[in-house]
Design a binder for this molecule. Structure first.
Ligand code: GLP
Length: 243
């Protein structure tokens, strides 16, 4: 496990941009997995800037998003698909057929999860996975609990997660969908390389427990300790509780 502490959130994002850009330069048909949330926004801005300057090309890349809310159609502005369109896909010219996001409005949700797993396999697996971390240690939407599911699946969201995701729902956690679809922890660990990006003091405690605590299903991010090529990219605030 590598831990990189950067002086600011902007510097941490720039580090993640460099990792992704270097990988994409080496392999233009790179298979990426991508998160949503506040944390990766600066990364997506940085990637979009490189594309605008003609220094990066996403036309052959393939992406898989970590998760999506159940019940939101892909064109719902509050969906993660729409978030990704606004922040990355539309800005870097990623063709829709190469940008895979689970369809939370699919009639057969179990079938949708199975289809997603098959698509990852057909793409040759995930080369590089950028992940964030929830305040309770979730990765994607793999919530803490007595067990974790390995493959992509349907999940019930905790009230903390619904609160943390309330902004696009008028700030009202009760309007946040109760369920989501998420890549499973096994699918996430199947990526060849993982970069976890965490910034801000609110993440300091969960970052410390993920890196230095025991591997436990009560803290899904702790499972990243089992991966052979994982880098935690942190700003000083997120790293402030590391010994
Ligand atoms: C959501 C997403 C996660 C993300 C987390 C952290 O719950 N499902 O993939 O890592 O939020 O979000 P933020 O970066 O806004 O703290």
């Amino acid at each position: 496990m590598r831990i990189t502490v950067c002086p600011s959130a902007t510097a941490a994002s720039a580090r993640a941009v460099r990792r992704i850009a270097a990988a994409l330069h080496r392999d233009p048909s790179l298979v990426l997995s991508l998160p949503t949330g506040r944390t990766p926004i600066e990364v997506y801005d940085g990637l979009a800037r490189l594309v605008a300057r003609g220094r990066l090309d996403f036309s052959r890349a393939v992406t898989f998003n970590l998760d999506e809310f159940v019940g939101l159609a892909p064109d719902d502005p509050r969906s993660y698909r729409a978030f990704m369109g606004r922040h990355l896909f539309d800005r870097v010219g990623l063709p829709r057929r190469r940008a895979h996001v689970l369809d939370g409005a699919a009639r057969d949700l179990a079938g949708e999860c199975a289809r997603f797993e098959r698509a990852i396999e057909a793409a040759g697996g995930i080369d590089l996975s950028l992940v964030g971390i929830g305040l309770n240690g979730h990765v994607g939407f793999n919530e803490p609990g007595p067990g974790l599911v390995a493959a992509t699946h349907r999940v019930k969201l905790t009230s903390l997660t619904r609160r943390a995701n309330a902004k696009p729902f008028g700030g009202d956690p009760r309007r946040v969908p109760r369920e989501a679809l998420t890549m499973g922890i096994g699918t996430i660990l199947g990526a060849r390389r993982i970069v976890l990006l965490a910034t801000g003091r609110s993440k300091a405690r969960v970052v410390r427990r993920s890196i230095a605590g025991p591997v436990t299903t009560w803290l899904p991010a702790s499972f990243l300790q089992l991966h052979a090529d994982v880098e935690f990219v942190l700003d000083r605030d997120a790293a402030s509780r590391l010994g």
